[in-house]
Design a protein around this ligand. Sequence first.
Ligand SMILES: [Zn+2]
Length: 483
Amino acid sequence: MRLLVKIVLILNSSFLILNYIEAQPLKQVQKFTHADTLRGTYGPSRDWWDVQRYDLDVQFNIVDSTISGNNVILIKSIKKGGLLQIDLQEPLILDVCITTFDDPRIEKRSNPWPIKAEVIKKEGNAYFLKIHPAFIDLKTNKPFYLNIYYHGKPTIARRPPWDGGLIWKKSKDGSPFVSVACQGLGASVWYPCKDHQSDEPDNGASITMTYPDTLTGVANGRLVKEEKSNGLKTTTWEVISPINNYNLVPYIGKYVHFSEVYKGEKGNLDMDYWVLEENLEKAKKQFADAAKMMKAFEYWFGPYPFYKDGYKLVEAPHLGMEHQSAVAYGNKFQNGYLGRDLSGTGWGMKWDFIIVHESGHEWFANNITSKDIADMWVHEGFTNYSETLFTDYWFGKKAGNEYCIGTRKGIQNDIPIIGPYNVNQEGSGDMYPKSGNMLHTIRQVINDDEKFRQILRGLNKDFGLQTVTTEQIEKYINKKKQN
Ligand SMILES: [Zn+2]
């Protein structure tokens, strides 16, 4: 996500003119700070350990916009290392870090050996912890738990999903409507983690959220537990697949639910839809595009990557984001991009942009993730092109071509598409339409749609559930196009 379009409403005597400005202006020459390097580099305090799993447990205090909780991180040491870097963005406060061999979420402890991990230094949002050497056993390779307690009043997102933070809104009936958007800014805006895209929790993650019991909480993957007590509800959702930090998010609101079972390439896929009560009827009609999306993308990209975690569309208090297996939807139940066609050809009004684009990311962003956000074109270029492929699948090749060519008017040619590496900085907004059109060009050069399709499917198979670089993608396409 982080879409290219800012819509500016200009009130002109008797009617509204919709104007749009492509891309966010990025400075040509940017100075990066030590904090950018700590955030964006896979440095010596990050590269010796591998995240196996995150289990988050957070209370959302709607009255004062605060949160409090803990994140249990299962860690495997992969080489000899020094300090361990944990990211948590101010103004959140890190309380205490405890290491154990046993899962701290389970009462019974066979090995009662919790040891506090001291914060040796703090540099901005990065905490450097000293881990007791007993936990770093490269011979047995036994993983350990790092349980981090924290609390505070996290940054509020002012323009989600373009900036990041907590979103504390209300639905029409006055009920709280809470979520998070944090792509780019990073998940450490609301929970402590290794905030770098290249290390996903290999065994998945869970979110346990506590909130007023009149509401419903939804998150990634599947519902595993729900309890009520003293006016509060505690709900746990879990994904078993690796997941990007920024994709792991809660949704809390006055939700209702409907679902369907999709017969896909890998069998039955649960497709679940969570929308605010007030929008149920509209959603039942509009979300017909979800199954159409699934059909088109399984054809072009291969099986949906997360059958075990299911697919969900969840109404969000912002436009949309590719949250894995719980795609955020806020396109107001209409076709186009907030009712507009980004290609100017008419084809973009035939389908719901947010359902198609954000779900396209399940293959490119969630299944195949770039290691550095400088390579974000891998997410946005292929997903931009997924819009063309969706149009092609349902309306024919000519329609797809017209749509793709139509999006060229959004190309700025301002700065490079690939951003500077190791400082958590993405490149030009051209990563959307220009990368999409580059893929369209590659398709013409290959001049064999079946071969092109097999390359797209091959990328998802061979790089599935992995993090990659631009170079890997380029080499792969070059090799396969010659076969
Ligand atoms: Zn996107």
